[in-house]
Design a protein around this ligand. Structure first.
Ligand code: ZN
Ligand code: ZN
Length: 279
């Protein structure tokens, strides 16, 4: 069922006329932010075909899939906008790299931590340890200031962490599995979430699984730290030692320390706080 759906979606793009129709609607929308759509005549002229019967046939095939029609105007459907945005995300400049200093030291080895943008990926880590990694839209590195780029990367990572802890893959929206790994290098205790749909092996550090919980947000807020506005890479310094409480149930306990105040938190790896005790 899914495979047939993918085949027919790819088939929609395999014809030159259909591809040009999508490209014309996408260029109106993505270059000028114009959502008004195009009439049949405007679209026909933009695609510059001489056979309107053939053009009409291909336009009809796109309707209700990648193109919608309201009144007399055609525009990209929600799926069409997403598809084009994803295609745009693959247009990164090959080999281009930008290193952003983060004024942070590695929680594992104390070396300097930097953010590195490369071919659509943004990695955060020191020379030897990767702390966080996310896919960012290539237009960000070209069009945003460094501060705004980092702000958005922080928000994106918070969203991705919350999705994983809530049981679905930030890349493909498929369901994820769950295991506790106790032999990970360099972290001895780490939660793994293999995606059942795209196969990506997603991982979270135990404290990250509860960033979205109200009581955790409140603990940070009491120390005047707004969790959701603090990039995930700046929160590592608040994480203390992890201990296994119940290996079968994957329960892990750790300290959170902010401004000298400590909370002892127990989590289950599936986005739940089992206990929180302030010391
Ligand atoms: Zn390191
Ligand atoms: Zn996936």
């Amino acid at each position: 069922m899914v495979q047939r759906g993918i085949d027919s979606a790819l088939d929609l793009l395999s014809n030159e006329t259909r591809f040009e129709i999508i490209a014309a609607l996408a260029s109106q929308r993505f270059s000028g932010g114009d959502t008004s759509g195009m009439t049949f005549t405007e679209l026909f002229e933009a695609v510059s075909r001489d056979d309107s019967g053939n053009f009409n046939y291909h336009l009809k095939r796109l309707l209700d899939r990648l193109v919608t029609k309201t009144g007399e105007r055609y525009r990209l459907s929600h799926g069409g906008v997403q598809l084009f945005s994803l295609l745009q995300a693959t247009t990164y400049a090959p080999g281009y790299q930008e290193v952003i200093p983060l004024d942070l030291s590695c929680p594992l080895c104390e070396q300097e931590v930097v953010g590195t943008y490369r071919e659509g990926y943004f990695d955060i880590g020191c020379d030897g340890h990767l702390l966080l990694e996310t896919y960012v839209h290539p237009t960000w590195i070209e069009s945003l200031s460094t501060d705004e780029f980092l702000r958005r990367a922080g928000i994106l990572l918070h969203h991705q962490i919350e999705k994983i802890a809530s049981g679905f893959c930030p890349l493909c929206n498929g369901s994820v599995g769950f295991t506790l790994q106790t032999d990970d290098d360099p972290y001895p205790i780490q939660y793994h979430y293999p995606c059942k749909q795209c196969g990506t092996e997603l991982q979270l550090h135990p404290p990250q699984t509860v960033f979205h919980c109200v009581e955790i947000g409140q603990f940070y807020r009491n120390q005047r730290v707004e969790l959701r506005e603090t990039p995930p890479w700046e929160l590592y310094e608040t994480f203390g030692e992890m201990t296994m409480v119940n290996e079968d149930r994957a329960h892990v306990r750790f300290d959170l320390t902010v401004d000298g105040d400590t909370a002892v938190v127990t989590v289950d790896g599936q986005g739940n706080v089992l206990s929180l005790e302030e010391r």
